[in-house]
Design a protein around this ligand. Structure first.
Ligand code: NAP
Length: 245
């Protein structure tokens, strides 16, 4: 199969796992990274060792218009038959009210909302040729704000609507879905108290695994009648209600 999947923020953590899953499914992988060059290169080598010429890396900062545009141009110049776009890269920075300046707010919204939106728009022609699909990584906090992460929560709520809107605008040629993780990998700045609090709110009483996200994405990629859906992978947490602390 000569079909490519572009995964943003694919060098580490959940993006890395999605890349390995889609590669296992037969896709070639364009690994986007920003700062994690060594991780991106190591993943790329691993995938190419399994199947020669089946992975490439490309760097881009996605938080501003100029670099986003350059990234789009660079990807287009490769002329890859792009069949899947996974918008996984995301900024998770606290933005306490009154302590966040305009530029920081703009950069967070650019990374988490505008980059996914314009990547979808700009790669729509090739995705259309491949009858492809787009998956946006959202968050259960799109529905309920996470304390001191207002702009992050706002960005994910907006990305949820972008997913529905793009599913409408790009139909019938391209399917667009969202995956909303609950607690999968702790953020670097979380402490024992907040981790215990979250764990108590999860009916399945454990963290999810990156593989839980990757397996769902694998399914969505090959599900021809699913579009415009946001699926939570959260151990039942959003079904029973949860606090945003
Ligand atoms: N982890 C969870 O439990 C959880 C929960 C809910 C939702 N999610 C969502 O699931 C997705 C994956 O989660 P994760 O925890 O694996 O993500 P993450 O580690 O917070 O971020 C993934 C990657 O995004 C890239 N990135 C960040 N800012 C960027 C920028 N301005 N420009 C370009 N790339 C940028 C980074 O790439 P480099 O390392 O190359 O710089 C980073 O490795 C995210 O969309 C996240 O919001 C995750």
């Amino acid at each position: 199969m000569n079909k490519w999947a572009l995964i943003t923020g694919a060098a580490k953590r959940i993006g890395h796992c999605i890349a390995k899953q889609l590669h296992h499914d037969g896709f070639n992988i364009l690994i986007h990274y920003s700062q994690s060059y060594n991780d991106a290169l190591s993943l790329c080598s691993e995938l190419n060792a399994t199947r020669p010429n089946s992975a490439q890396i490309m760097q881009a900062e996605l938080n501003n218009q100029i670099e986003l545009q350059q990234f789009i141009t660079n990807v287009k110049s490769l002329a890859l038959p792009l069949a899947v776009l996974v918008n996984n890269a995301s900024e998770f920075t606290p933005t306490p009210l009154g302590e966040t300046d305009y530029l920081a707010a703009q950069q967070l919204l650019a990374t988490n909302l505008l980059a996914p939106y314009f990547l979808a728009e700009q790669f729509a022609p090739t995705l259309k040729e491949q009858r492809g699909c787009i998956i946006n990584l959202i968050d259960i906090h799109a529905k309920r704000p996470l304390k001191d992460h207002g702009l992050y929560s706002i960005s994910k709520a907006a990305l949820e609507m972008a997913t529905l809107s793009l599913a409408q605008e790009l139909a019938p040629d391209i399917r667009v879905n969202g995956v909303a993780p609950g607690a999968i990998l702790w953020p670097e700045q979380s402490n024992d108290d907040s981790q215990n609090h979250v764990l108590k709110e999860i009916p399945l009483a454990k963290l999810g695994q990156p593989d839980d996200i990757a397996k769902l994405i694998s399914h969505l990629v090959s599900a021809p009648y699913i579009s415009g859906q946001i699926i939570a992978v959260d151990g039942g947490r959003s079904a029973v209600g949860f606090t945003g602390v």
